[in-house]
Ligand binder design. Structure first.
Ligand code: NAP
Length: 244
């Protein structure tokens, strides 16, 4: 479905990003995996991706650093010649009630989740406009739609990603660029590993199960493909009905 396409996936070393990278690779896309701290895991993603017969390289880059993102994306463009798909998946959570939330916890989450998404889009827009094509897929969260107690910073960052997605979709639609967001619910990854109240949460999920990274990757593949060429500015929940 994506043979010959080139995709950049931020946070492709673990969890949802890793599943998306492998899904795109399995469908023929060459992949550039951006990681921050997990070099070994990023290498594992690339090794597994290559088993599908595609090219895969990993790049260390802190997505919250404006200049580092520019340098990294310039390098990727040089090596791949062209980028067709950008998946903004890198994200962190630093949960706490607003009353006790430290300024650093707020800044860190906004800088990674929201500014990190801005940084990559900002530095790739010129490239996408020149090509008159590009698929941008931003990983938001259902809490960016509903809000969540104990996650003011995270909810704000993910709501910001939704606003950013819609604005970018409107700005770049006439240039052949699609920009959409995925809003996952509760997906089994390192991020949700420590979550308590699992039983309670499970009761609230309409489909009665916790999500798998694969559930999100399937939608990312669809949005990255030409099958979704008439979809832009959309926010699609992958949450088993948690936020109905
Ligand atoms: P995860 O397992 O904790 O993985 C996070 C990924 O983001 C890692 O690959 C990490 O790379 C990367 N990352 C973090 N900070 C970074 C930075 N500053 N620069 C570059 N990469 C960075 O998380 P996940 O559950 O897969 O979540 C992936 C995305 O889905 C996030 O945006 C998250 O907010 C969103 N989401 C997750 C859920 C869920 O239930 N899991 C629900 C809704 C939305 P390194 O390890 O290399 O540092």
């Amino acid at each position: 479905m994506l043979k010959g396409k080139n995709a950049v996936i931020t946070g492709g070393s673990r969890g949802i990003g890793r599943a998306i990278a492998l899904k795109l690779a399995a469908e023929g896309a060459n992949i550039a995996v951006i990681y921050n701290g997990s070099e070994e895991k990023a290498r594992e993603t690339c090794t597994e991706a290559r088993s599908f017969g595609v090219e895969a390289e990993c790049y260390k880059c802190n997505v919250s650093d404006f200049n580092e993102v520019k340098e990294t994306l310039d390098k990727i463009i040089k090596e791949m010649n062209r980028i067709d798909i950008l998946v903004n998946n890198a994200g962190v959570a630093r949960d706490g009630l607003i009353y006790s939330m430290k300024e650093e916890a707020f800044d860190m989450v906004i800088d990674t989740n929201l500014k990190g998404t801005f940084n990559t889009i900002k530095h790739l827009t010129g490239h996408f406009i020149k090509n008159r094509s590009g698929k941008i897929i931003n990983i938001s969260s259902i809490v960016g739609i509903t809000g969540n107690a104990g996650q003011a910073n995270y909810s704000a960052s993910k709501a910001g990603v939704i606003g950013l997605t819609k604005a970018v979709a409107k700005e770049l639609g006439s240039r052949g660029i699609n920009c959409n967001a995925i809003a996952p619910g509760f997906i089994e990854t390192d991020m949700t590993e420590k979550l308590t109240k699992r039983e309670e949460l499970l009761k609230a999920i309409t489909l009665g199960r916790i999500g798998k990274t694969e559930d999100v990757a399937e939608l990312a593949l669809f949005l990255a493909s030409d099958k979704a060429s008439y979809i832009t500015g959309e926010v699609i929940r992958v949450d088993g009905g948690l936020a109905i």
